[in-house]
Design a protein around this ligand. Structure first.
Ligand code: NAP
Ligand code: MG
Length: 405
């Protein structure tokens, strides 16, 4: 094959390397599918657990700051340490989840979208297009306080104003033992969430659905509904009309019923808990965690792309023993293409955007022509499917990519 002229990149992409099997895949993707075609310009941060330990996690903070500076990042899956990992990696501390640190620094909202391919039918067969879940990543039950209450106790909500005056509301007079819970959220975070959702809808030209339980929660959930409505009216209504898309609010139970009957092809914004539950439901119903992409979007328009799955630890241990694994690289690859396309859009680099499109098309074509990793082969209804190992799958994509360039 004649040498390809490599596509230049004017601005660096923030590259966050990670752990275990996904770190192995990361290197293969770069060598097989990116470096032959791009003058890959990245600012590299090693978020692998060894280097997080060596830098006392400063590298995660540096990577998040670089993301703010350049606007686009791509991240490999990383280990969130637990007690076992502290022993395994001889850690001096149980470092926090890198995703949690980055999300807090960027004040972002996470959007998760399944990659839909022919031959893998969602468990809900009417779903033809992907459903993107946008999960509010702050507050509610994730920042709650809870108490057990004994018999014959009175529980009250008390709010103390700056002047010391108190507002009280009775929660319950307990005659028998029970439990109580205090939750909060803040208008600023809800507003950021709303703007991230409206921006993402405009960016991807899809309708936005939002649902809460405001008929029951007349102050708390109603605040979410009002903030979304106010921001929509003031800042987005005209843009949505011009883009031919719709913002639509309904009750959460009505939303669930509509989602199940829908064709897909929209963004479903969820409060924190609803998003936790519904994203697992949507991911599972679409088929595979390994086909779920994820992007963190900050209210000021910074993007960080990753796969929704973890480091695929069990496969990594087999890889270390010298066995060939059949690990699915699609979500990690789409994190790269998402980031490259966004970089291309911001830099008006059409060649880079076109490359990202072609790489995604080549990936989908590979699976639809029957070449896939084991996790997909067990789901695919194609008659002539062929299960390949991790590297062979990437090489099969490369053959098709070369044909299309
Ligand atoms: P996981 O890495 O997502 O893997 C769970 C299982 O799902 C795997 O054992 C595998 O099943 C299957 N799977 C997931 N991704 C796959 C892929 N690309 N190809 C094929 N099969 C795939 O979750 P985990 O085992 O719970 O977590 C492992 C580590 O990842 C943990 O240290 C956790 O902290 C970290 N994690 C990181 C992130 C992140 O950085 N965003 C997210 C979640 C978890 P089989 O083994 O049955 O084949
Ligand atoms: Mg969950």
């Amino acid at each position: 094959m004649a040498a390809v002229k490599k596509i230049p990149m004017s601005t660096p992409l923030v590259e966050m390397d990670g752990d275990e099997m996904t770190r192995v895949i990361w290197k293969m993707i770069k060598e097989i599918l990116l470096e032959p075609y791009l003058e890959l310009n990245t600012e590299y941060y090693d978020l692998g657990l060894e280097y997080r330990e060596a830098t006392k996690d400063q590298v995660t903070i540096d990577a998040a700051n670089a993301t703010k500076k350049y606007g686009v990042a791509v991240k490999c899956a990383t280990i969130t340490p637990n007690a076992d990992r502290v022993k395994e990696y001889h850690l001096t501390q149980m470092w926090k989840s890198p995703n949690g640190t980055i999300r807090a620094m960027l004040d972002g909202t996470v959007f998760r979208t399944p990659i839909v391919v022919n031959g893998i039918t969602p468990f809900i067969p009417s779903w033809k297009k992907p459903i993107t879940i946008a999960r509010h990543a702050y507050g509610d039950v994730y920042k709650n306080v809870e108490m057990a209450v004994g018999e014959n106790c009175k529980a009250e909500l008390v709010v103390t104003a700056p002047d010391g005056s108190e507002t009280r509301q009775l929660i319950h007079e307990f005659t028998t033992p029970g439990v109580i819970q205090g939750q909060h959220n803040v208008d600023k975070s809800i507003g950021s969430f709303a703007r991230a959702c409206f921006n993402f809808a405009l960016d991807s030209r899809q309708d936005l659905w939002f649902a809460t339980k405001d008929t029951i929660s007349k102050t708390y959930d109603h605040r979410f509904k009002d903030i979304f409505a106010d921001i929509y009216e003031a800042e987005y209504k005209e843009k949505f009309t011009a883009a031919g898309i719709e913002y639509f609010y309904t009750l959460i139970d009505d939303a669930v019923a509509r989602v199940v009957r829908s064709e897909g092809g929209y963004i479903w914004a969820c409060k924190n808990y609803d998003g936790d539950v519904m994203s697992d439901m949507v991911a599972t119903a679409f088929g595979s965690l390994a086909m779920m992409t994820s992007v963190l979007v900050s209210p000021d328009g910074v993007y960080e792309y990753e796969a929704a799955h973890g480091t695929v630890q069990r496969h990594y241990y087999r890889h270390l023993k010298g066995e060939k694994t059949s690990t699915n690289s699609v979500a990690t690859l789409f994190a790269w293409t998402g980031a490259l396309r966004k970089r291309g859009q911001l830099d008006h680099n059409d060649a880079l955007c076109a490359f990202a499109d072609k790489l995604e098309q080549a990936t989908v074509r590979t699976i639809e022509e029957g070449v896939m990793t084991g996790d997909l082969a067990s789901l695919s209804s194609l008659p002539n499917k062929q299960t390949v190992d991790t590297e062979a799958f990437l090489r099969a994509i490369n053959e098709r990519l070369q044909q299309s360039l």
